[in-house]
Structures are given as C-alpha cells and as structure tokens.
Design a protein around this ligand. Structure first.
Ligand code: HPA
Length: 273
C-alpha cells in the first residue's frame, strides 16, 4: 500500500488528518505543548503528568513503525498538574531511514495541527566539547544542517534566527543552572561520523553531533512553533573518545541517565505548560 505522505497530497492536510485521529483516539481535542522523546528521555512521559491516553503511532495517519529498538512507537496525551495537555511523541522517523523529509517532519507538523505552540525536541547525541561527559544533558543553542536536505518545499524562505528559543532555554536554566548548551550538527547517518567529520563539525562551530533534530526543528519553525532542544550526550563523538563507538553504548548511556534527565525534562515542561 502506498504511504499517504508519498502521494502528491499536501503534507499539511495529512498532518491535519493525523491530528483529527489523535483527537478521536485520545479524546483530547487540543494539545498545548508537544515533546519528542529521543533515546534516554523515555521516562519523562510518566513524570510530566497524568496519562490520559496512549495510542500506537501506527493508528495515526502518516506515522510509521519505529525502525529501532529503543525507540517507542506510541503517542501519549498527558495532562500536567496545571491542566495543560502535552502530546508525548515516542515515534520518530529518522532521515537515515530513507523515506524523505515529509515523513521526518510529519510528527512535528501533526503536533502543530493538534494546537501545540511549543515543540520540545530531545535526542541522544555525541559530544564534542572537552568538558562534557557521557550521561550529561545539554541545551541546543543552534544547529548546522549537514544533511543537504530540508523539509521545506518550494520557495519557502523562513527565518531561522533564534530557532532554539532563548526564552525557553532561560526557563530550562532556571530549573537547572548547570545546563550547558551547544550547536547541534545533524549528519545524515546512519553510520556514526568519522573522526575527520567530527573535527570538521568542531571547526565550523559544532558541539553536538546527531542524526535527528535539525530537520524537525526547521519544520517546527515553519509551523510557527517555539522550539526547545535537549541533547543527552550519550558518548563522546568519534575521535574525541579514544574508543570506538557502539550503538549499545548509546543505548546504555541513555538507560543510565534516563531517570535524572527525564525528571529535568518534566520539570522544564511543567514550567512552560
Ligand atoms: N553521532 C551521531 N549520532 C549519535 C551519536 C554520535 O556520536 N551518539 C548518539 N547518536
């Protein structure tokens, strides 16, 4: 069967259908904030508030099965103690899966179509700064998109100044004043970077290397959302670390830091919501 986003249909219409599915399946007509949980951040879903409904992403128009163990394929509607509705997205489509940027952007566009005006993007990523350690969460201050691609179609000129909202970063630092921040470089993947690529990222101003967030942030800005980005440094980037990288190391670092960073994320969301 062809995928709805592979057809000439308008991707924003598909996102509106997906938002209608979410409203019907969760019974929550409107969400205020959305958060995508990357590796290491999954426990936050239980800490943000009371889960109103959990639905398999595959029941929502345009969402794909998760490609990876460690990536949860559900969408949850959570109500914060203050009564805000948070859409928790545990189903990310990565660019490296090769299905194109429409599918990558779909969860963000769907979040916007549910009414969310803030998009919180989290990921597990490699760290370049000398002072960082695996297991440390950092804020994303800006990005460099090295994929050579974009979720925007046509002559869509969109301002990217302050893409990662200074206002929201300030709120995050009120919750945890020790939070450092850095520039996220998105590589296509799925191979990890070579040490030379990491040196290039460092030279051009990058501090974090990953495979997910820049394209999603662009789509969020296009949809008019305010963006907050967090990376969990799961490992020192290739060549910064003296040892080889492994996917298992990334998963283990995520598991280990999960409780702590999920609490941080839940507190920050509680302040925004
Ligand atoms: N590079 C790219 N993506 C990643 C890394 C990395 O070192 N660690 C976790 N995701």
């Amino acid at each position: 069967m062809t995928h709805p986003l592979d057809q000439p249909a308008d991707p924003f219409d598909v996102a509106r259908q997906a938002a209608d599915d979410i409203a019907r399946l969760t019974g929550v007509a409107h969400h205020d904030i959305a958060v995508t949980l990357g590796s290491g951040w999954g426990a936050a879903a239980d800490l943000i508030g009371e889960t109103v409904a959990t639905i398999p992403a595959t029941e929502v128009t345009g969402f794909s099965k998760p490609a990876l163990e460690g990536h949860v394929g559900t969408l949850r509607s959570v109500r914060t103690p203050a009564g805000s509705h948070v859409l928790v997205i545990g189903a990310r489509t990565h660019y490296y899966e090769g299905h194109g940027t429409r599918r990558v952007a779909h969860s963000v566009r769907t979040a916007a179509a549910t009414g969310a005006t803030v998009m919180v993007l989290t990921n597990g990523a490699g760290g370049i700064k000398d002072s960082w350690q695996p297991g440390q969460p950092v804020l994303i201050s800006d990005h460099i998109n090295l994929t050579g691609d974009t979720p925007l179609e046509g002559a869509t000129f969109i301002d990217m100044t302050d893409l990662y909202s200074a206002r929201l970063r300030e709120i995050a630092r009120e919750v945890d004043p020790t939070l450092d921040e850095g520039v996220y470089c998105q590589f296509r993947g799925p191979q990890y970077e070579t040490p030379a690529e990491v040196q290039m990222a460092k030279t051009i101003g990058g501090h974090i290397v990953g495979m997910s967030t820049a394209l999603e942030a662009i789509a969020a800005r296009q949809a008019g959302m305010e963006v907050l980005g967090f990376s969990l440094i799961t490992n020192l980037a290739a060549g910064i670390s003296p040892t080889a990288l492994s996917h298992q190391e990334v998963i283990d670092a995520g598991r280990e830091a999960e409780g702590r960073i999920s609490q941080l994320l839940a507190h920050v969301i509680g302040r925004i919501a």
